[in-house]
Design a protein around this ligand. Structure first.
Ligand SMILES: [Ca+2]
Ligand SMILES: [Ca+2]
Ligand SMILES: [Ca+2]
Length: 297
């Protein structure tokens, strides 16, 4: 009898071992399948930032974009990829306050960042809580919101979320990419790059930016941007843009026109020169450049 119990115990031990090995195998397999799926897309959709830009303070003119927006909260959300506008709905965005109370925006819009290739900044308009009492804490995508990037599987933002940057924080750089001449040579841009431009980096801030005087940024500020470039033989240099384009359109983008062929890898900007709509000054900020377009001289 004792022998039977011992062999039963052995059997169970072996079976447990088998079960554990099976679980490990399945996890590994699932992990590999997942990795394969992502690498085929080589893209993972995510929210880059959600910025509590204005608290009960959207200006009267915001009514033109969203009826009743005057005096509401404004929160730009930056997406990792440009959006298929037809899949953008206010019900896709759930804003959760510190207390746990959640609301949907009254309106969402890609305006004013709507030039070709820009549509990754969604302005949420609504009542998201109050800065001092119960501020917004988190934004979560709860509907199907799809990127317009062509991949074998649609890039869906559903389920992604991000912690909200507080009202009193200043604006920072959140995204930078090399863009194609097809985009920066377009005449409909409000301001364009000079003819001898070799490459252009589009930088995106977490929200709208102006000078502390209330004026729009002009080409006079180009020297504030430092662009780290690297030569073909691996030598680093820091340059300033020859000029800034995409000015005076009230959005959170600047196109930095570079007169060098060297590979641009990083952008930095010093503290204290720009303000967000709440008049908070920018901290020192920097961001690596993504090369979604391959420059061929
Ligand atoms: Ca623009
Ligand atoms: Ca509010
Ligand atoms: Ca702009």
């Amino acid at each position: 009898m004792k022998d039977i119990i011992l062999s039963w115990n052995n059997f169970m031990r072996n079976n447990n071992l088998l079960l554990i090995l099976t679980v490990i195998f399945l996890f590994n397999y699932a992990d590999k399948a997942e990795t394969k799926e992502i690498s085929r897309n080589s893209q993972i959709p995510s929210l880059l930032s959600a910025f509590f830009g204005l608290d009960n303070a959207l200006p009267f003119r915001a009514n033109r974009v969203c009826l009743g927006a005057w005096g509401k909260d404004g929160m730009p959300v930056i997406m990792s990829h440009t959006l298929n506008v037809e899949t953008l709905q206010k019900e896709d965005f759930k804003v959760i306050r510190e207390s746990g109370v959640s609301t949907y925006p009254n309106c969402v819009t890609l305006r004013p960042a709507q030039d070709d290739g820009e549509n990754r900044t969604v302005l949420l308009i609504g009542d998201f809580g109050d800065a001092d009492e119960d501020p917004p804490f988190k934004v979560k995508i709860v509907g199907d919101l799809i990127s317009d990037i062509l991949t074998d599987k649609p890039l869906n933002f559903r389920g992604t979320e991000i912690k909200v940057i507080s009202l009193h924080a200043g604006p920072t750089l959140i995204f930078a990419e090399i863009i194609s001449p097809d985009i920066w040579l377009q005449p409909q841009l409000k301001s364009t790059c000079p003819n001898d431009t070799k490459q252009v980096v589009r930088v995106t801030w977490t929200g709208g930016i102006r000078l502390p005087t209330g004026e729009e940024v002009s080409d006079n500020e180009r020297g504030l941007y430092s662009v780290t470039v690297v030569s073909a033989n691996g030598l680093f240099d820091v340059v300033t843009p020859e000029s800034i384009a995409d000015l005076n359109d009230g959005d959170n983008n600047h196109y930095l026109c570079l007169d060098t062929d060297m590979k641009a890898i990083n952008i930095s900007f010093p503290a204290g020169y720009l303000v967000d709509p709440n008049q908070d000054l920018n901290p020192a900020t920097q961001i690596d450049i993504i090369n979604t377009y391959t420059y061929r001289p």
